[in-house]
Design a protein around this ligand. Structure first.
Ligand code: EPS
Length: 369
């Protein structure tokens, strides 16, 4: 089972949704990063359940204990071990479906592979696991910002068929949807209230960008930055698609339209999403991630049980009607972990090369939209 992300900044997560705790060990963390338990609070709260009526009602404190790797307020280079105790698991919610497979859920494939599973809260396949990705990324975000001035931001770019009508980064953190158009928030609240009452769920799209990434990060052939980002995002629960730059829209474009003209004053556009040949160009890194609708619904569906009998599956308990709503900080975290790993790998092999050509400014491709 693969529980580790990264080659040089290696994050291993452990724990189940209804086990005593979840945690992670970060190996390869550079020394000297200032770190206190309070540093995790803001990002973990952005991802957490129970903070608005539009997400699962489970209420966890998500209080991080630093068990290793920090001395006198800074990382030492030793493994950083982080632990969060689970305090609000309600395992009886899962009694009814412990011997059934939820259609659209990993229950079935997990059972076929391992012949056993922890059905409480989805066990290891629960979105609870993403808490530790966000926690580990706090360190990566800090280092990337301090050493390279990299800034990673995300927002919800679609819920069902609703698209933002305008874009304002300042609005994103002011509403429970990470939505960039404050004027649309009442419409989204009504949409989500109706959806929740109907018992159904819906998909979503998250956009995540990184500004300030220098040219040169990412390795050609098998270690490409865009390939790493795709794998990072695809490892998040419920992700069904990832686009870099224009992504699938590139299919209908002409080469003369897609290529990003270069001038000494800057790039003219950013269709590439900041990556060429798997290596960063110095432009904004643009990534868009598709989340499927949550599969745990109280609406009945045809299913089978462990013995292959036909059953009607009904899932009760506390579930997200749109798991994509909480996914913005998770996508930011995976972007940070991938960039951190690529930065260290670049430094390891090419740290002595320096910048051999004049840097092309991000230019029009970096408009703050
Ligand atoms: C989840 C189902 C729910 C969510 C959980 C993810 O679990 P439970 O039934 O135990 O409340 O609350 O999300 C979290 C606990 C979290 O911290 O993200 C699932 O099926 O993935």
């Amino acid at each position: 089972m693969s529980n580790t992300f990264g080659q040089l900044f290696r994050v291993t997560t452990f724990g189940e949704s209804h086990g005593p705790a979840i945690g992670c060990v970060i190996d390869g963390c550079p020394p000297g990063i200032a770190l206190a338990e309070g540093d995790f609070t803001a990002d973990l709260a952005r991802r957490a359940t129970g903070r608005s009526r539009h997400t699962s009602a489970r209420r966890e404190d998500d209080a991080v204990e630093i068990l290793s790797g920090v001395y006198e307020g800074a990382t030492t280079g030793a493994p950083v071990a982080l632990l969060i105790r689970n305090t609000d698991a309600r395992s009886r919610d899962y009694d009814r479906i412990a011997r059934q497979f939820r259609p659209g859920h990993a229950d079935y494939t997990w059972w076929q592979k391992y012949g056993t599973r922890d059905p409480r809260g989805g066990g290891r396949s629960s979105a609870r696991e993403t808490t530790m990705r966000v926690a580990a990324a706090v360190l990566a975000k800090k280092w990337l910002a301090q050493r390279h001035g990299v800034r990673i931001r995300g927002h919800l770019a679609q819920i069902g068929d609703v698209l933002p009508r305008s874009h304002d980064w300042d609005a994103v953190e002011q509403n429970p949807f990470f939505w960039p158009d404050a004027g649309q928030v009442p419409e989204l609240e009504a949409y989500m209230d109706a959806l929740r009452k109907s018992g159904d769920s819906v998909g979503a799209r998250v956009r995540v960008v990184a500004d300030g990434v220098p040219p040169g990060w990412g390795e050609p052939v098998y270690g490409k930055l865009d390939a790493g980002l795709a794998a990072a995002m695809m490892s998040i629960n419920a992700v069904k698609g990832v686009e870099i730059g224009d992504g699938f829209a590139s299919v209908a474009q002409k080469g003369s339209e897609h290529r990003d003209a270069m001038t000494p004053d800057g790039f003219r556009s950013n269709h590439a999403g900041g990556v060429l040949g798997g290596i960063s160009t110095g432009q904004r890194i643009e990534c868009s991630v598709a989340f499927k609708p949550t599969s745990s619904l109280r609406l009945p569906v045809e299913g089978v049980d462990l013995d292959g009998n036909a059953v009607e599956v009904v899932t009760t308990g506390r579930h997200d009607p749109c798991v994509g709503i909480r996914a913005t900080p998770i996508c930011e975290a995976m972007m940070a972990l991938e960039l951190m790993d690529q930065a260290l790998r670049h430094r390891a092999q090419c740290g002595d090369v320096g910048e051999v050509a004049p840097r092309i400014p991000a230019g029009e491709g970096a408009a703050d939209g």
